[in-house]
Design a protein around this ligand. Structure first.
Ligand SMILES: [Fe+2]
Ligand SMILES: [Fe+2]
Length: 358
């Protein structure tokens, strides 16, 4: 057993997760280095979609998903160094939803960082979110790793500023998954310029971890599993030895390798989306590496949500999905093939047939 595997197993054994014996929607990330004393971990919670009904009433199921993730993150031993929240805290970006979500997250006993989701953004273009959580894009260094947070869900100015009579309608149009009135996500010129200047200060051997809300790769445009300027971002990241992009938004397991960049999605605390290939008979590019996850029980409200435990050893991502009412999945970086691979299902004949909905 390698040191990395042993450290992961010890970590799991010592964590509150195993004590509880439950599978909760929080992602735990461990960065493992040659020197074990440099290892650290962080938790990752994403896509809570807190939804206001009326007065002080909110959709219970989405509240519960986030509350359980927060409770789980607080129980982790050893304590993670910080918590990432991956975007879509709110459903329609209102102050009520953002305040309610922020209140639930305020129970975290860790430092936390936030990513902007489209459901948080398109009502007031992030103004209230910024008051609560700070800048929409930024970077920080932590124990030898350079972390970058991008707002990847912006779009063309014409769509944002000229097309809709009210901010509420703009928000509703972008909130629909399969809406032809939507518009493709992008990082945009301003942030790409900032990203280039930020990366210029980083040594090419430093491991880089990028958090975005949408995938920084093109998967399916119809549902905005897509970032319009993905190739330009990938080009900026290309000179670095090891880059990992971790993203939310897709509410499902996806992984891919493009050159030096490993891509991994995280699960939502709210609900799962189906895979584009199983639903829409339209052109889509689900990464060849990704083995879709079948839903065991669509009638169980927490099914196909979950949490991940991730090792990044010298930049190589090793990712364990723990899923409600479903088989655990491990996606490990294969050093020989230089890409992430599912431990059990990568080989075609071991796969469970995908569900089809048409
Ligand atoms: Fe989402
Ligand atoms: Fe989203």
């Amino acid at each position: 057993m390698s040191n990395i595997n042993r450290s992961r197993r010890d970590f799991l054994k010592n964590s509150g997760v195993m004590v509880l014996g439950s599978t909760l929607p929080v992602s735990l990330v461990e960065l493992a280095f040659a020197e074990p004393s440099q290892n650290f971990s962080f938790a990752y919670i994403s896509d809570a979609h807190i939804q206001h009904i009326k007065g002080n009433r909110f959709v219970r199921n989405w509240d519960m998903g986030l509350k359980r993730a927060v409770a789980e993150a607080n129980l982790l031993t050893p304590k993670p160094d910080f918590v990432m929240f991956g975007g879509d805290l709110a459903q329609l970006g209102s102050k009520e939803e953002l305040d309610h979500g922020a209140e639930i997250l305020s129970a975290l006993s860790h430092q936390s960082h936030y990513v902007m989701g489209e459901h948080d953004y398109y009502l007031d273009l992030g103004a209230y979110w910024e008051k609560l959580f700070g800048p929409q894009f930024y970077s920080f260094d932590h124990k030898g790793v350079h972390f970058i947070v991008l707002n990847s869900i912006r779009t063309y100015d014409d769509w944002t500023y000229k097309r809709w009579p009210t901010a509420e309608q703009r928000m509703l149009e972008m909130a629909g998954l399969d809406n032809p009135n939507g518009s493709p996500f992008m990082v945009g010129d301003e942030q790409r310029k900032w990203l280039k200047a930020d990366l210029d200060k980083v040594a090419k051997t430093t491991p880089v971890v990028v958090f975005s809300h949408s995938p920084l790769q093109k998967i399916y445009k119809g549902w905005n599993f897509w970032t319009e300027d993905a190739e330009q971002i990938q080009a900026l990241l290309k000179p670095f030895k090891k880059v990992s992009v971790i993203y939310g938004h897709v509410h499902q397991i996806q992984y891919n390798q493009i050159g030096n960049i490993s891509f991994n999605s995280v699960m939502a605390t709210a609900w799962p989306w189906p895979y584009p290939a199983s639903y829409a008979q339209a052109e889509q590019y689900l990464p060849k590496l990704t083995v879709p996850m079948n839903r065991a029980d669509p009638f169980f409200e927490r099914d196909a949500t979950g949490w991940q435990f991730i090792n990044v050893a010298n930049g190589d991502v090793d990712l364990n999905f723990t899923l409600y009412n479903n088989t655990d999945r491990t996606v490990r970086f294969d050093k020989l093939k230089k890409q992430p691979q599912d431990k059990d299902y990568q080989v075609e004949k071991t796969r469970i047939n995908p569900q089809r909905h048409y």
